[in-house]
Unconditional design. Structure first.
Length: 148
C-alpha cells in the first residue's frame, strides 16, 4: 500500500526510490516492482486507485471493529480461552474463541477425548477399498477449522 500511496501523491512521478516503501522480504523483487510502476498513470486510473485504497482501509477498520466485538463477547470465557492457548498448535486467540463458541465450556457432552476429537474433525479417516486399506489425513469437515 506504500507504493500505491506514493503513486497517488503524484501520479506523474514514477521515478522514485522504491526500496524504503517495501517490506524487507520483497527486496529480491525490486527490479520487477520498478518495472511495474514505470509507466504513465492517467487521472482516471489514479481516481480508481484512490477509491480502491479507501475501500481497503475501510475493510481493515471494519475487521478491527469486528475483532474487538468478538474479544469483548469472549471476555467471560477468558480463563477457558487462555487454557486452550496453552495447547501447542493454538496460537491464534480467535481460533481459541471459536473452540469455546462451538463446543462450549461444558465437556460433559463428550464422554471421552476421542469423542471430542472425532466431532471436531481432528481424527484420521480410514477408507476401506477392496484389496487395500488406506488411511487419509485428518478430515476437512470438522466444525472448527479456522478463525474468520
Amino acid at each position: 500500500m506504500n507504493i500505491i500511496g506514493k503513486l497517488l501523491e503524484d501520479p506523474t512521478d514514477t521515478n522514485f526510490d522504491i526500496e524504503p516503501l517495501i517490506h524487507g522480504s520483497m527486496d529480491h523483487k525490486i527490479p520487477e516492482l520498478k518495472l511495474a510502476i514505470f509507466s504513465f498513470i492517467t487521472p482516471e486510473q489514479s481516481g480508481k486507485l484512490a477509491v480502491i485504497k479507501k475501500h481497503y482501509e475501510n475493510l481493515n477498520a471494519r475487521k478491527s471493529d469486528l475483532e474487538e466485538l468478538v474479544r469483548s463477547l469472549a471476555k467471560p470465557y477468558t480463563e477457558e480461552i487462555n487454557l486452550i492457548l496453552t495447547v501447542l498448535s493454538f496460537k491464534n486467540i480467535f481460533l481459541a474463541i471459536a473452540v469455546v463458541s462451538e463446543i462450549g465450556i461444558d465437556m460433559d457432552v463428550f464422554p471421552t477425548a476421542k469423542h471430542l476429537c472425532s466431532w471436531s474433525g481432528l481424527t484420521r479417516q480410514i477408507t476401506k477399498v477392496p484389496a487395500r486399506k488406506s488411511q487419509s489425513e485428518c478430515r476437512e469437515q470438522g466444525a472448527i477449522s479456522s478463525p474468520f
